[in-house]
Design a protein around this ligand. Structure first.
Ligand SMILES: NC(=O)C1=CN([C@@H]2O[C@H](COP(=O)(O)OP(=O)(O)OC[C@H]3O[C@@H](n4cnc5c(N)ncnc54)[C@H](OP(=O)(O)O)[C@@H]3O)[C@@H](O)[C@H]2O)C=CC1
Ligand SMILES: O=C(O)CCC(=O)C(=O)O
Ligand SMILES: [Mg+2]
Length: 418
């Protein structure tokens, strides 16, 4: 491994992936991190302090993370040159070191610049976006019983309209596609062919199966009662509708599920506990009202890329907002952890925002490494800080009698509560 700008910490060792895809984690693993744009500058150092404190407390110096900064986004353009937003060596380091964590990266609306976040997921084939939604007691919420929201989203991360295959209105490429559709494919439904931009929505059987397989396996491993396929298959039949059908087919073929109540819902007995696991589906718009009205009906969610994006923020709001929502992007071997929220530019550099999303993403990372004691300490710290009503502005503004802390102050409160 030779890099140009990335400095490999001398003391650290590389995580290895075993043949069965389990990890061999040394006591001083090198973990690459991307600071992130906007509020990345605020939350990333706080996340590192909290993780270092949890690891030190859990293992008394016998284990330590060796952080290694890698670059993407605005910081990359400062280090590598004006147009270098995602250097090749950043992608290489994420692969070489197996487990990494990132802050948010800016994607301007329009203008043709593609999302670096989506590019990272696609280039590394991190096909699962895993976003657990859980409630911390005492967190202010707009719903009456936020503790009933306990879901784990498996969002397909590599395809769908999110793949960014589109052509701008008025370009020769858009005209070519529109001409092809109208003249060769018999399409008559493009309302304004002269002034349409065009986007393509690929959804594959392979992509669906690998995502749904992970979601069902998660339900088995974590003793969850159901997996719900969320789709808009009544309208987009051969993409979202196919996702639903392929999901059911996989549950039957690989997990032995059989139809219940005349189908299409099906269920199987967990090979681990013998408990029944139901595989069901719901149309996305109905789902968005049911998560408010009947959140207890849902546990593991498997969905497509765009639906998963919307659902992530909607569910996060039910348990306190996107300042509290962690996540991970996973392939079969590589894991890149990241918060659900973006760069919140109006707060950048002000030491105000809630670092919990990134701290809880790091908590998922520690669990992924098998460092459960350190992960548990982070949960204890976050629970303690919220119970003591020492919180950042986003929670304080909705909480009676709370003390408003800065981003770094909240990190210190989490450490003090461990
Ligand atoms: N994975 C990634 O890197 C992602 C990147 N993005 C990118 O981020 C940029 C900004 O996106 P935008 O749509 O504004 O969404 P953001 O998630 O960045 O921010 C929207 C609002 O959410 C609240 N918020 C976000 N993060 C926190 C936090 N840590 N603590 C407390 N409140 C928080 C704030 O609400 P309030 O104003 O009420 O305080 C903020 O104004 C865009 O370029 C977008 O593409 C977006 C999502 C994911
Ligand atoms: O990449 C982006 O800019 C936004 C991505 C996003 O909102 C998400 O993945 O949740
Ligand atoms: Mg999003």
């Amino acid at each position: 491994m030779a890099y140009d700008k990335i400095q490999i910490p001398a003391a650290g060792e590389t995580i290895q992936v075993n043949a069965d895809l389990s990890l061999n984690v040394p006591n001083q693993p090198i973990i690459p991190f991307i600071e992130g744009d906007g509020i990345g500058i605020d939350i990333t150092p706080v996340m590192r302090d909290v993780v270092d404190a949890a690891v030190a407390k859990a293992y008394g110096g016998s284990r330590q993370i060796q952080w290694m900064e890698i670059y993407a986004g605005e910081k990359s353009t400062q280090i590598y040159g004006a147009d270098v937003w995602l250097p090749a060596e950043t992608l290489a380091a994420v692969k070489d070191f197996v487990v990494s964590i990132k802050g948010p990266l800016t994607t301007p609306v329009g203008g043709g610049i593609r999302s670096l976040n989506v590019t990272l997921r696609q280039e590394l084939d991190l096909y699962v976006c895993l976003r657990p939604i859980r409630y911390f007691t005492g967190t202010p919420s707009p719903v009456k019983a936020p503790e009933h929201t306990d879901m784990v989203i498996f969002r397909e991360n590599s395809e769908d309209i999110y793949a960014g295959i589109e052509w701008a209105e008025g370009t020769p490429a858009a005209k070519k596609i529109i001409d092809f559709l109208c003249n060769e494919m018999g399409v008559t439904k493009i309302r304004f062919p002269e002034s349409s931009g065009i986007g393509i929505k690929p959804v594959s059987r392979d992509g669906t199966e690998r995502l749904v397989r992970k979601a069902i396996q998660y339900a088995i491993d974590n003793e969850r009662p159901s997996v719900t396929l969320v789709h808009k298959g009544n309208i987009m039949k051969f993409t979202e509708g196919a996702f639903k059908q392929w999901g059911y087919d996989l549950a039957k073929a690989e997990f032995g599920a059989v139809e219940i109540d005349g189908g299409p819902w099906c269920s199987f007995k967990s090979p681990k506990t013998g408990a029944e696991i139901v595989v069901k589906d719901v149309i996305a718009d109905a789902f968005l009202q049911q998560i408010l009205l009947r959140p207890k009906d849902y546990s593991v969610i498997a969905t497509l890329n765009l639906n998963g994006d919307y659902i992530s923020d909607a569910l996060a709001a039910q348990v306190g907002g996107i300042g509290m929502a962690p996540g991970a992007n996973l392939s079969d071997s590589i894991a890149m952890f990241e918060a659900t929220h973006g760069t919140a530019p109006k707060y950048a550099g002000k030491d105000q925002v809630n670092p919990s999303s990134l701290i809880l993403s790091a908590e998922m990372m520690l669990r992924h490494l098998g460092w459960l004691e350190a992960a548990d300490l982070i949960i204890k710290g976050v629970e303690g800080a919220i119970a003591a009503k020492t919180v950042t502005y986003d929670l304080e503004r909705l909480m009676d009698g709370a003390t408003k802390l800065s981003c770094s102050g909240f990190g210190a409160a989490v450490i003090a509560q461990m």
